[in-house]
Design a binder for this molecule. Structure first.
Ligand code: BT5
Length: 249
């Protein structure tokens, strides 16, 4: 299903924008838009996503039967799908997910996920899952050089974009349909790859900063923190990001 229809472009502002337009016009679930480079790659909020040639930048049209509050689950699904793909192609790399949606190797970001949805009342009409993977980017300009890595930097080998995309679509499709039957499978995988669980973290949210032990993930992608006071705090993905490197305790 995923990738049955693929729209390939040499250069786009953002694959998410085109996929959103196609979805609005009725594109089928599984339609993919991929570009060799993006000139205005989008991160969450109004953050910028650096997308030169050499990376894999794609968006997937989904028509999930879910309510709006369940949408963060899709970002987790995207991150787990990419982590599984990297693990399958390069089992010796220690790939992790830094909540909510960063795929990291040695604490540096190798891939990111951005999900946009159109909802009517509380029901999701369609979703666009945008995924960026730094495959064959040999050098990053500042400020990305400190926070980003790529598969070629980690392995010394280039990766075929086609091969990675095929593998990612297969993993994403499996996760997508299996999580509709039982979301616990997805959560178990997310927990396995999580770089945070069991660590002391500081999370910055729209409500302020919270320090505590990252204890668990819940079904909708929330992070459960045990605060120093002993109280529990649930942080929803769209409201928080990790401020500093997690400390092992
Ligand atoms: C994300 O946002 O991680 C979502 C990235 C989604 C990109 C894909 S590419 C295909 C599709 N089309 C689009 O236009 N977007 C999607 P966020 O968690 O907000 O992270 C953004 C932050 O990551 C930036 O503020 C930078 O610090 C950092 N960053 C930007 N480009 C990067 C890169 N290539 N590699 C690693 N980190 C990067």
């Amino acid at each position: 299903m995923f990738g049955k229809e693929i729209h390939h472009y040499f250069s786009l502002e953002s694959t998410n924008k085109i996929a959103y337009l196609l979805a609005r016009k009725g594109a089928e679930e599984g339609t993919v838009v991929v570009a060799d480079e993006q000139t205005q790659g989008e991160g969450r909020g109004d953050r910028y996503w650096y997308s030169p040639q050499g990376g894999l930048w794609f968006s997937l049209v989904l028509r999930p039967r879910m309510v709006f509050s369940e949408v963060p689950r899709l970002s987790i699904l995207g991150a787990v799908g990419i982590a599984l793909s990297i693990d399958r192609l390069f089992p010796s790399l220690k790939v992790r997910i830094r909540w909510p949606n960063d795929v990291v190797i040695r604490d540096k970001k190798v891939a990111g996920v951005l999900v946009k949805v159109r909802a009517e009342r509380a029901r999701v009409n369609f979703a666009v899952m945008g995924i960026g993977v730094n495959l064959n980017i040999r050098e990053f300009p500042s400020p990305f050089s400190f926070i980003a890595t790529s598969l070629v930097k980690e392995t010394g080998r280039s990766t075929s974009k086609k091969r990675f995309l095929e593998c990612a679509l297969e993993e994403l499709e499996n996760l997508y349909f299996s999580s509709q039957v039982n979301v616990r499978l997805l959560l178990e995988k997310a927990r396995l790859f999580s770089s945070l669980l069991g660590r002391q973290v500081e999370v910055v949210t729209t409500e302020g900063k919270f320090r505590g032990l990252a204890q668990d993930l819940d079904e909708d992608g929330g992070l459960i923190l045990r605060l120093e006071s002993g109280m529990h705090k649930r942080i929803v993905p769209e409201e928080g990001h990790i401020k500093e490197r997690p400390q092992k305790i």
